[in-house]
Design a protein around this ligand. Sequence first.
Ligand code: AMP
Ligand code: GLY
Length: 407
Amino acid sequence: MKVLVLGGGGREHALVAKLRQDDPQVTIYAIPGNPGIARIAECVALPLADLKTIVDFALEKEIDWTFVGGEELLSQGIVDLFSNHQLRIFGPTQAAAQIETSKRFAKELMNRYQIPTARYQCFRVDEPYQAYLKKQTPPYVIKADGLAKGKGVIIAESLEEAVLACDRLLISHSCVVIEEYLSGIEFSLMALVHKDRVIPLEIAQDYKRARDNDQGPNTGGMGAYSPVPLIPKRIVKAAVNSIMIPVVKALSAENIPFTGVLYGGLMWTKTGVKVIEFNARFGDPETEVVLPRMKTKLIPTLEKLFSKVPIRLRFSHDVTVGVVLASPGYPGLIQTGIPINLPVADPYCFHMGTKMSSDGLITAGGRVAILVAKDKTLADARREAYLKVSNIPDNPCVYRKDIAKNL
Ligand code: AMP
Ligand code: GLY
């Protein structure tokens, strides 16, 4: 068996670690991978931007399964291209990936099929968003239509701030979505999907804001844990039945069937579970806390998924907590190339943005690594994760101190 993983972040590292654990014999290539992945797979220095080169590589190596980490490749149609070459790839087509890549597409689909989500309206630059905002009550939720790496949402407390946010986003985006503010408990539900089949994984919670107590700007995610005791099982079931299955069926009904990981960014509100956003891929950092708990092997599961064989996923009762180490200044301006000493033997230290230099490991991104601990209780896993953080000598990174606190 030969597997190819596209990407070089913590999510891809956790995926490679899971594939390696499932089958010590499997050949795993990662493009481009990272220094952590390089310990357990073969990293190939090809440019991800060049889809043709990636397909040629997969053909030449006779890859059996390809996994796509990030949304950029999906939005460029990597799955369409691989499928045209009869290469098996687990991800949505360019059209189906719009569920993530276009907020407008996702919102219109949810409205057409009565999938619960925040009320919204879209505006182009020449449309009266100022007048619309004036009629709303704060806080105002403003989103860019398009890919923004989790940083495209602005929650504005004042009308002036909201108008300014729209003005600014409309410089680089064709439209903005202005949305009703929802309050409740957020959770991330990922499912393995093929056409109308939806196999949910266990849920996780992500910490989106940069600083403790949910202060500061939105980021790609500063930490996560799984499962989420605040969300009862019946709510997860309701989310699968009222959101995940209906949206997958809606896509099929529109002739854009979805294959791959469907990620629901959901909120349990006073009036039920609602969609904050969909992603068309594994979440980052959720994957780093969910996959270490998954006992069932991934590739045999996908083979069952594609051949309509029944699937029952098994997860460890242990819980996981992951703390992200970020470059100071993230998600704003950052400096990279700073030496960092990450634990080499820790199977749950996932590299997110690192590089090997002649002087050793250096930082190479906004999010640098995630240290995950697995234990019987959240309190134990949390203690262990922070112990791992404090054991890093001369740690140049910043991190949130409140991941999985007070649960
Ligand atoms: P998104 O990129 O759409 O997931 O948004 C990032 C974060 O912004 C979410 O995880 C929420 O914490 C927050 N957010 C987005 N939309 C809303 C909303 N309608 N109401 C309240 N918070 C929101
Ligand atoms: N953690 C949120 C995401 O993957 O977009």
